[in-house]
Design a protein around this ligand. Structure first.
Ligand code: DHB
Ligand code: FE
Length: 272
């Protein structure tokens, strides 16, 4: 979570003292409760040094703690959102209707038409709302991300695009359906997951940021029913209200030469 600056603030000294004191006290309590040894303390200290050296604090934070901050934030607004995660890149191509996400000619993955609407929590449809969408490809890779392994990257801004709702507040976009995503495991975050016996998977997901004048920007994600990782997301960011029902279309319609999927979702934004 790095881009949406509205969510960051400068805390007062009193707030820092209160929250940081509670945090320290809880860490000490865990150490006492579990009789943490000096050796374990030294290993933990070395571990946080390694997370910094590998530049993995964004990954570590977003995997283990962003969902908690996000839920508090969304609940306070009365909206359903989800974490931004570490892979948002501003400046994605602005699409023209009919909207198709930037992709390669032979982009792997099933064709998915996502349609839906954007409205206020009061029900007012929002015309011209901006939707900024990004997701990984069928090789579990996001474009524009310097991965620690030497994997081949898709073209810049592949599967990243911006589009708008129409006069009725509705939209439809075609993309290549993402697959479950395994977070990079080579670094210290992966080492911790391994050491604890936890897997590194997130269910397949679409990321979206929706903005409209006079409304609070909504950062969200959409998941797919039947995904094997809905109940064990490593980033604990799945909410029941964000799971899409997929309709499979076996016959070719819409000028496509292969089967395709459709899904629909209605976004609701809080008034600013
Ligand atoms: C991480 C990756 C994601 O794609 C995401 O949505 C959230 C977190 C991560 O690697 O930390
Ligand atoms: Fe993601």
């Amino acid at each position: 979570m790095t881009q949406v600056m509205e969510k960051t603030n400068t805390a007062s000294a009193e707030r820092v003292a209160t929250v940081v004191a509670a945090l320290m006290e809880n860490i000490r309590d865990v150490m006492v409760q579990h009789k943490v040894t000096l050796g374990e303390y030294a290993a933990a200290k070395q571990y946080v040094i390694e997370v910094g050296r590998a530049d993995e604090w964004p990954l570590f934070g977003d995997v283990f703690f962003e969902s908690t901050a996000e839920k508090l934030y969304s609940d306070s607004l009365g909206v359903t959102g989800a974490i931004e995660g570490p892979y948002y890149v501003p400046g994605a191509p602005e699409l023209e209707p009919p909207y198709v996400m930037p992709m390669r000619d032979d982009e792997p993955g099933e064709a998915l038409f996502l349609s839906g609407s954007v409205s206020g929590t009061d029900g007012a449809p929002l015309a011209d709302a901006k939707i900024d969408m990004w997701h990984n490809d069928a090789h579990m890779t996001y474009s524009n991300i310097p991965y620690p392994d030497n994997r081949e990257l898709p073209p810049p801004f592949n599967l990243r695009g911006r589009f708008k709702t129409d006069a009725e507040g509705r939209f439809e976009v075609r993309t290549a359906c993402p697959v479950p995503y395994e977070i990079p495991k080579e670094g210290p975050t992966g080492a911790l997951l391994r050491a604890a016996g936890w897997h590194a998977w997130r269910p397949a997901h679409l990321h979206l940021i929706i903005t409209a004048p006079g409304y609070v920007p909504l950062t969200s994600q959409l998941y797919f029913e039947g995904d094997p990782y809905l109940d064990s997301d490593v980033a604990t960011a799945v909410k029941p209200g964000l799971i899409l029902h997929l309709e499979k279309h076996e016959v070719s319609e819409r000028g496509l030469d292969r089967p395709f999927l459709t899904a629909s979702y209605d976004f609701r934004l809080a008034r600013a």
